[in-house]
Design a protein around this ligand. Structure first.
Ligand SMILES: [Zn+2]
Length: 497
């Protein structure tokens, strides 16, 4: 009996000691105060409403928005920023970019290795962030390490959703082997294009190969899978009218992605290919300029997203100095036939996400992105619509990555309590004037040297300030990058699609 008591006493003592220890840990945790920033006196575009919410204060705690209101109470160590009546909006999201295809295709094939692309990608990402983009979905390339190092704080850049290498059939939109590389025998085509060698894309045929390619990307950290499902303008051996991959192959890719609780995005242009993709369960449709309204209705009904780069239908595309003259009549015809594509998407209630989708010298990509902001407001006829595409709708699309989403603590693309503190403070109202976000009607005639957009006064990502011109602080990297073009570059046309 005595022994029993003493044992239980001992147990109680041990438990009590444990309890004291865990209370101490809890106490320590409580004392770990999260950094607070209070942005006072702002008019909010919240990513969802076309009405500004006037004269608000926003408290950021750690990396999330803690509270929003006319009187918000903060701790004693809070950093206060006077918004002075500027617009506070969510950081912008690019739903379709190619941060690792940062040189012209021929240059990638002939003159570069993976380190060239990686170093340039660092600059691409810094410039994205300084332009107010706090999240980017990358649609083909080995951006896994880039994401890891951005998230670890070693490199400044937006949040990154990598697709890994895009998956393409032989002869498809991602088959970049030249004539000699591909050869004529399936056994003799061991030679890879740099696109494959570097992990920008994978040529895979048949169910076993597409499964392996999908699973390899998932293993490496893909947040979604990108498949090439039809012809394109930037590749050499696949005409624009073609459909690519059989239903069986597409279903295998979708199933493998679904097993990892994520989704598939597809490069596609025409009705036949989009409908096959819908049959397979694909969720986002990149480009898609030539689809009918019937297909648009089906996408809307089945909850899909369109992610088109509208500059592909712009008459200004013809001003690209690298564009072969032979392509000009085709561009003019496409513009004439599909000029109302954006407005038709809206009429058919399709959810649309912003895409810059430019490949080539990265100064060209930046110019294209700023041009796209301006041109898109014309193509859709509404600044509010384009702002939604850049914020809340894009955030909703990215959430389809489910457990593969590396940023699950809050919502992206909105200003609300509990959302990530990815914020811009802008001088001027983008609902009325897109130029305050850098939108411009200049494109190839714009200055290729990178200059900050003067009306974006503050860029915050994950609660950290990367650009702050309100109290004169500017991240040192901000203005030091000039256009990088190296000697002897082999110019090839920028991709129309
Ligand atoms: Zn693309």
């Amino acid at each position: 009996m005595i022994r029993k008591i003493s044992t239980s006493l001992l147990l109680t003592a041990v438990l009590a000691t444990g309890l004291v220890a865990s209370m101490a840990v809890a106490q320590e945790k409580k004392e770990e105060v999260l950094k607070q920033v209070l942005i006072k006196n702002v008019n909010i575009f919240d990513g969802k409403s076309d009405k500004l919410i006037m004269e608000q204060d926003v408290l950021i705690e750690g990396n999330l928005i803690k509270s929003i209101g006319t009187t918000v109470s903060a701790g004693p160590d809070v950093t206060v920023i006077d918004g002075d009546g500027r617009i506070l909006m969510p950081g912008m999201i690019d739903g379709h970019a190619h941060v690792m295809i940062n040189a012209h295709f021929d240059t990638v094939e002939k003159d570069m290795d993976l380190t060239d692309l990686s170093y340039r990608a660092k600059v691409v990402m810094e410039r994205f962030l300084l332009d107010g983009f706090t999240t980017v979905r990358d649609m083909g390339g080995p951006t896994f390490g880039l994401r890891r190092n951005i998230d670890a704080g070693l490199i400044h850049g937006p949040r990154l959703f990598p697709s890994g290498g895009f998956i393409s059939q032989t002869s498809g939109h991602g088959d970049f082997r030249d004539r000699a590389d591909a050869g004529f025998s399936i056994k003799g085509c061991a030679d890879l294009s740099n696109f494959e060698r570097f992990g920008i894309g994978n040529v895979a045929d048949g169910v076993p190969e597409v499964l392996a390619a999908t699973r390899l990307n998932l293993r490496n950290g893909a947040t979604q899978i990108k498949v090439m499902a039809g012809g394109g303008g930037s590749s050499r051996f696949d005409p624009i009218d073609t459909s690519q991959y059989t239903l069986e192959e597409l279903k295998a890719i979708v199933d493998a992605a679904a097993d990892w609780n994520t989704y598939v995005a597809a490069h596609v242009f025409n009705d036949r290919a989009v409908n096959r993709l819908l049959d397979a369960g694909v969720k986002t449709f990149e480009h898609g300029f030539f689809i009918s309204e019937k297909t648009m209705k089906r996408i809307a009904k089945e909850g899909g997203y369109m992610v088109p780069q509208m500059w592909g239908l712009s008459p200004d595309l013809a001003k690209n100095p690298l564009m072969p003259k032979s392509k000009l009549p085709m561009i003019a015809k496409l513009q004439e036939d599909y000029g109302d594509f954006g407005k038709k998407l809206l009429n058919n209630k399709v959810k649309v996400v912003f895409a810059s989708d430019y490949v080539g010298e990265f100064s060209d990509a930046e110019r294209a992105r700023r041009y796209e902001l301006w041109w898109r407001t014309k193509a859709f006829g509404s600044n509010f619509e384009v702002l939604k595409q850049l914020t809340s709708t894009a955030g909703e699309m990215l959430a389809m990555s489910g457990p593969r989403n590396p940023y699950k603590a809050g919502k992206l693309g909105v200003i609300e309590e509990g959302a990530y503190a990815d914020l811009l403070l802008v001088d001027g109202n983008p609902l009325e004037d897109i130029t305050v976000l850098g939108g411009t009607n200049k494109w190839f005639d714009a200055d290729p040297e990178f200059k900050l957009i003067p009306s974006i006064h503050l860029v915050m990502k994950d609660g950290n300030i990367y650009r702050n011109e309100i109290d004169g602080r500017l991240s040192p990297e901000a203005i030091s990058y000039k256009e990088m073009r190296y000697e002897g570059i082999i110019e090839s046309p920028g991709a129309p699609y």
